[in-house]
Write a protein that binds this ligand. Structure first.
Ligand code: SDX
Length: 371
């Protein structure tokens, strides 16, 4: 038995939800470019959960279900005040809040198809409220209730700021949610599937996935990209900063991917959004710096940007706190995690790989006074 480090190239399961073949990403066979240009996030949620695009009445019903389930039990929001909220990372707060949420769902342990689908709706709806309420409570502000008439993306931005968002911001945020919704067997999705393959509940699976997404090699990269841009400060510092990092063989956050070789198809949509939004804000430098970094890293290392690179300047241009970038990744990816959890339940087998043992063999016990 020989281990494959990082399970690189190992095909661990079959799935009909999303695929990455020859650097093309599809959700249920629809190319991400097609969906990014045409579909709303709610349509993509329906697609991932039902394996087909919704009809008008089905989409309206999903939107209503999400709107009806956005409120969060008060004790979950009150919990934010039980710990030093300004000192904890929002992903740790989100991980805890989702776990706590399960304690207030009387159907948390009900493993019927209906109950599990309902939990997917509740988690997708409530995660937006949890992230935005956390953001406001840590600033000493009261949470803002969603507006029934708003779509998911508009409601997230409205609950975050308390102001009706501009159309251009809603459109950009909705597209970002579409682009982050699912991605085959990435680390956090695999974590969710391993967890629920023991027939554990959906709250446990999503909590586990949030823990995996938190890391800087995965979802945490977008926040690190913005940190890097802030450290560089201006366009004229880009070259020396990046070349020094590369000379020290350091990772440039937002670049590289375990699966993509020629490039992450999502990056071009986010690059376009970054160019537009940074110009609208009169802060083109963030886009210009990003473009320069991309030119150097792809030129020197032939490593293209991934989904996290340009999403940083997009979210910054939407006035979103930098440490909320990864929670926003989770807000979108809950749709994909839930789809994979439902798929795992529908055709389950415990996920239990082997390890190549490299420790000592055949050791005899020695009494403690002889050690
Ligand atoms: C996401 O899996 C998914 O689908 C994830 C995701 C999704 O939607 O769910 O796409 C979201 O997580 C995107 C990735 C976000 N992470 C980052 O941007 C962090 C920086 N990237 C790297 O850490 C890295 O590229 C990974 C973690 C993304 C992939 O790592 P691998 O496949 O384990 O590749 P590796 O570490 O073996 O690197 C191969 C070579 C190495 O060179 P050598 O040491 O062999 O000479 O490429 C180099 C690495 O040094 N390299 C980089 C680099 N990424 C790889 N060098 C500089 N900067 C980088 N970012």
């Amino acid at each position: 038995m020989t281990a494959t480090k990082g399970l690189e190239g190992i095909v661990a399961t079959q799935s009909a939800i999303s695929s990455i073949i020859d650097d093309t990403l599809t959700y249920v066979g629809y190319d991400i470019d097609d969906l990014a240009d045409n579909a709303s996030f709610e349509e993509v949620v329906y697609l991932l959960w039902h394996q087909r695009l919704p009809k008008a009445d089905e989409l309206a019903e999903l939107k209503q279900q999400l709107a009806d389930n956005m409120s969060v039990p008060q004790p979950v929001l009150d919990h934010f005040k039980n710990y030093p909220i300004s000192e904890v990372h929002p992903m740790a707060a989100l991980r805890t809040a989702i776990s706590l949420l399960g304690l207030y769902d009387e159907n948390a342990e009900d493993m019927s198809d209906e109950a599990n689908y309902e939990k997917a709706i509740k988690l997708q709806a409530k995660v937006a409220t949890i992230v935005t309420a956390f953001s406001r409570i840590r600033k000493g502000l009261e949470p803002v209730a969603p507006k029934k008439e708003f779509g998911y993306a508009a409601n997230f931005l409205y609950m975050l700021t308390g102001e009706v968002p501009e159309e251009v911001a809603i459109e950009a945020f909705d597209k970002a949610l579409v682009l982050h919704a699912d991605h085959e067997l990435n680390a956090s999705t695999f974590t969710a599937r391993v967890c629920v393959a023991t027939l554990s509940d959906m709250y446990s699976g999503i909590t586990a996935a949030i823990g995996a997404l938190k890391g800087p090699l995965h979802g945490g990269a977008n926040e690190q990209v913005m940190k890097m841009l802030m450290e560089i400060g201006d366009e004229e510092n880009v070259e020396s900063y990046i070349k020094e990092k590369l000379a020290n063989r350091e990772r440039i956050m937002g670049f590289g991917h375990r699966v993509y070789r020629k490039g992450d198809p999502r990056a071009k949509h986010l690059r376009k959004m970054s160019k537009k939004l940074t110009a609208l804000r009169g802060e083109e430098k963030w886009y210009n710096m990003s473009e320069k970094i991309e030119a150097i890293v792809t030129g020197e290392k032939n490593i293209p940007p991934n989904v996290d690179f340009y999403s940083a300047s997009v979210y910054h241009s939407l006035d979103i706190d930098h440490d909320l970038f990864t929670p926003i990744f989770a807000v979108s990816r809950i749709s994909g995690w839930a789809a994979h959890i439902l798929e795992q339940y529908a055709n389950n087998r415990l996920i239990r790989p082997r390890a190549e043992y490299t420790g000592p063999n055949m050791q005899k016990y020695v009494p403690i006074n002889e050690r």
